[in-house]
Design a protein around this ligand. Sequence first.
Ligand code: ATP
Ligand code: MG
Length: 171
Amino acid sequence: QSSLQVPAFSLILLIGVSGAGKSTFARRHFLPTEVISSDHCRALITDNENDQSATGDAFELLHWLAAKRLQRRRLTVIDATNVQADARQSLIDLGQQFNCPLVAIVLDMPEQVLNDRRKTRTDRSFADPVLHRQRRDLWLWTRYLEYEGFSTVYRLKSADEVDQIQVVRQS
Ligand code: ATP
Ligand code: MG
């Protein structure tokens, strides 16, 4: 079993296309209160986590919550696709503002795994073009995460790797 070391106080961005397993990973390794999810923020505002019209407000809320937690030096996990560099930038700024180490966990699953999951998933299904764009963004825009300001970058490339990982907090 391999371990993924994170500072006890850190801002962790989960990065991955829809269906990559971000929310599942977050549930398995972190307290529910440590995780801020863009879908949950959308639901808090519109009662519907799929309401894309609320995305702007949802991210405002997400940032606000993250700032309040970081101010108190609470470990914070962002569960959003985070596949585009601009989507990450404001979170990186936030982490730096609070002198908080930034950790990226990229769930870079093979296309086959994503397709299989899509067939069985009942809670959500994005149209092909959306997923295609997310996959392209992941491929194009997550190559230089260290240069963006992340002090630690983990890239998990298979479901097996994800299932065997253990998150270890360093005090
Ligand atoms: P979204 O961006 O749409 O919220 P997500 O990245 O949060 O997607 P999840 O909801 O965690 O993805 O997972 C999508 C589907 O894949 C779920 O049906 C889940 O049960 C399955 N899944 C996630 N992780 C694993 C895993 N490690 N092994 C097997 N199935 C998994
Ligand atoms: Mg999710």
